[in-house]
Design a protein around this ligand. Sequence first.
Ligand SMILES: *Cc1c(COP(=O)(O)O)cnc(C)c1O
Length: 221
Amino acid sequence: MAIVENIQFIEKEIEGKGVTLVAVSKTKPVEMLMEAYNAGFKRFGENYVQELVDKYEQMPKDIEWHFIGHLQSNKVKYIASFVSLIHSVDSLKLLQEINKQAAKNNRVIDCLLQIYIAEEDTKSGMTEEECLEILKAETLEKLPNVRIVGLMGMTTLTEDETQIRKEFKKLKNFYQSLTINHSQLTILSMGMSGDYAIAIEEGSTMIRVGSKIFGGRIYQK
Ligand SMILES: *Cc1c(COP(=O)(O)O)cnc(C)c1O
């Protein structure tokens, strides 16, 4: 697997577009991540707390770890001391727990609100209304140890490009409407191996790419 070449290829595609690449390394062994690291790439995304903690402990400490999966409130404490960005905040309750654990670690943790955009029940996320509630000043002032820096979304699992584009567009429009009053929002995390090109055309600023870098996964987590 030409991990470094794959990363370089994608970095070239996104060059000058204001897009950040997160290499999604879930299910992949530390040796594979180290190949990327040794070539200078230090931004990885994981979706299981235990796996993330294991990799964090084994790998160099200048890595930027992104959490991208469904996060249970009772597990926040395990990653609060080191996680760089949590992409997948899907409730106020979770955000409150992140705030609490961040405070214990004397940190402010950057978070994205995951918005439900797919036309299927399997993807988690919050509605636009829930997102607006959270972004109210009264809510945020009680959460000094989290900083909401953007939104994340996942599209319906489909080959239908028109559908995917429509969902990205919807998220982008919502994001843009929010940035008018919320200047702290600078990240729009959308796009994976199969659809990041469309996502970038539709305004993504952060893509999460796994299989196109590390190869397919036996267990689709
Ligand atoms: C697994 C995963 C990805 C990467 O998926 P690929 O199709 O392998 O690029 C991106 N985002 C989330 C939230 C994921 O769980």
